[in-house]
Design a protein around this ligand. Structure first.
Ligand code: FEO
Ligand code: CA
Ligand code: CA
Ligand code: CA
Length: 578
């Protein structure tokens, strides 16, 4: 075969060497090259102007690609022929770096800059094409499905919390319609062709100075003094002025990328917390199961199980699956270290079952809105910042990235979070009872304790640590179509092991189980997100998020002096001339 890396024990590609943290480059393995697909400011909607860093406006940004690409998915129009080479990509625009966006940044946001930032948040949907399996994906300036979702896009609320008193505001007296989505981090695509996206660190947008908090609800969600200054541009970000607006963020949202005129939905049945993302697996009986992490030190892993069953080909029906169902939170119990493994049993503790609350003193709608407070009462396991949770589509085993937790003390360790001052993170695998995603019990084990392999506290599925590469702060996990091919992208390597973040592969089965290899590294200051890997054709799409953060970068190296976060495509080819 002519594809690079197809030789040699199926290892697939020559691992790149760790990239020093100050290198401003996107480094890919021998035999591969890369091209930017779309970057911040590229025009997406009809009439949007070309990117011009010196002529930014709210109107322009509403039609241009958003900032800080995170979760990314590619929905091809078909499996074969030309349909395979057309489709849409959807990516989250998690947050903004005003110090990098605005050439005249003074350190204090102006009202106009705040609104440009709001317009640069949300999601970007664009049509893409490639001419053959060795050419890059390129975005279609005039794609009919192109769409920007930003801080003023209307969302419908559904599920138990929709319409409750605490969801009503001065501009939405029914509590069923929210403008905007914020801090969209990871996500997942559904078997019915839609895209899910998690609203994560929404606390940073809301100034709650002086707001009463008798039940500790604001405090449990970290909603204090904001920090972005948006409350000066829009009163809804002032909790004193608009006390319920904050309850309308922190949800899983669902978007139909086929219909740019559709109203996206915030599904309150999936609970409210710092949602990293949500990934779907169908249960044996066809119910849709969503796995979700709450990315905070000592917070939890959740699972939603729909009441209704998936119906093949019935998108209208399937788009209501996440409106109604049961909600659980995970408890991991270790079986001791005598067996030389971090492993044990797990159970899904009920919060909502059959439309009834299982939490004393809280209604279903309250459990869904203040899910952290509900979960606190049932004794789940406090984890080391649960990020992406991803089932392997070929084996059904589920993987969670626990990115790090330097606040864990030696007295707080347990078998599922076994390292005090956990700077480098770890990955847990579990297997649901009977391999059924809706099961209420599971078996789990740690498959990776990350870090520099020279550090004896690291663990690579029992593999001899020679031959593996350093890896730190796993954030996103993905599969590439081959059984057991787990890919991990990282966020935090520069500050922990002194290298650029990147994308890694770690087989979970076979003789190479635990063999971590590095596929690429992202430019200085960036984190690597949203990997979409099709290993059959050696195609890898990644989000390059916040290049130049804390310093400077010229990514994507098209001659602009400002870094432009976006999506890059890595594919077989010769190295780019540099
Ligand atoms: Fe936005 Fe948990 O990473
Ligand atoms: Ca054990
Ligand atoms: Ca993340
Ligand atoms: Ca992260």
């Amino acid at each position: 075969g002519g594809l690079p890396g197809a030789q040699g024990r199926g290892r697939g590609f020559p691992s790149i060497s760790p990239t020093p943290a100050d290198v401003d480059d996107l480094v890919v393995p021998e035999g591969f090259t890369w091209a930017p697909v779309i970057s911040w400011g590229d025009p997406v909607e009809p009439g949007a102007p070309r990117f011009d860093v010196d002529r930014q406006s709210v109107e322009a940004q509403k039609g241009q690609a958003g900032y800080n690409a995170d979760y990314l998915t590619l929905l091809q129009d078909g499996d074969r022929g030309w349909r395979r080479r057309r489709g849409v990509i959807v990516f989250n625009n998690e947050y903004t770096n005003p110090e990098l966006m605005f050439p005249d940044w003074s350190g204090e946001v102006t009202a106009e800059q705040a609104e440009i930032e709001m317009a640069a948040h949300g999601m970007t949907i664009v049509e893409v094409r490639r001419t053959n399996d060795r050419s890059p994906w390129t975005y279609q300036r005039r794609g009919t499905r192109n769409r920007r979702i930003h801080a003023w896009t209307a969302f419908a609320l559904d599920g138990p919390a929709a319409g409750q008193d605490w969801m009503r505001t001065s501009t939405d007296r029914r509590g069923r319609r929210v403008l905007g989505t914020l801090n969209n981090c990871a996500g997942g695509d559904t078997p019915w062709g839609t895209v899910l996206s998690g609203e994560e660190n929404v606390n940073q947008y809301f100034d709650a100075t002086g707001a009463p908090d008798p039940e500790g609800r604001l405090a449990r969600y970290g909603i204090t003094s904001g920090g972005r200054g948006w409350e000066q541009a829009d009163r809804r970000f002032s909790v004193l002025a608009e006390p319920n607006e904050v309850n309308r963020f922190g949800w899983i949202v669902e978007v139909d990328p086929d219909d740019p005129g559709s109203t996206p939905v915030k599904h309150t049945a999936l609970g409210r917390f710092k949602h990293e993302g949500a990934t779907i697996r169908l249960a044996e009986d066809g119910r849709a199961v969503a796995y979700m992490g709450d990315d905070e030190r000592f917070d939890y892993i959740y699972k939603f199980v729909s009441r209704r069953r998936y119906r093949e080909g019935d998108k209208r029906h399937n788009m209501r699956l996440l409106s109604d169902g049961d909600l659980y939170v995970a408890r991991f119990t270790g079986d001791g270290l005598q067996d030389g493994q971090y492993d044990g049993d797990g159970e899904w503790l009920p919060l909502v079952v059959d439309g009834e609350s299982r939490v004393e003193g809280m209604s279903v709608a309250e459990v869904c809105t203040w899910t952290r407070l509900a979960a606190d009462r049932v004794g789940p396991t406090k984890m080391d910042r649960p990020e992406d949770v991803q089932p392997d589509p070929t084996t059904g085993r589920v993987y969670v990235a626990l990115t790090n937790n330097t606040a864990r003390t030696p007295g707080q360790i347990d078998e599922a979070n076994p390292r005090a001052n956990n700077k480098f993170g770890h990955v847990i695998e579990w297997r649901e009872a009977g391999d059924d995603a809706a099961a209420l019990r599971f078996r789990w084990k740690i498959v990776l304790v990350a870090g520099d392999p020279a550090d004896p506290s690291t663990y690579f599925s029992g593999l001899d640590r020679r031959g593996v590469t350093p890896i730190s702060c796993p954030d996103n996990v993905a599969f590439d179509g081959e059984p057991g091919h787990l890919w991990i992208s990282t966020d935090g390597a520069p500050g922990t092991i002194g290298t650029c973040d990147g994308l890694f592969r770690m087989p979970t089965t076979g003789r190479d189980r635990g063999l971590v290899q590095q596929f690429l590294s992202v430019p200085t200051g960036a984190e690597c997100c949203g990997p979409v890997i099709s290993w059959k054709d050696r195609s890898v799409l990644v989000s390059v998020q916040h290049p130049g953060e804390g310093g400077s970068s010229a990514y994507p190296y098209l001659g602009d002096s400002v870094p432009r976060p976006g999506v890059a495509h890595v594919f077989p080819g010769r190295k780019r001339p540099r």
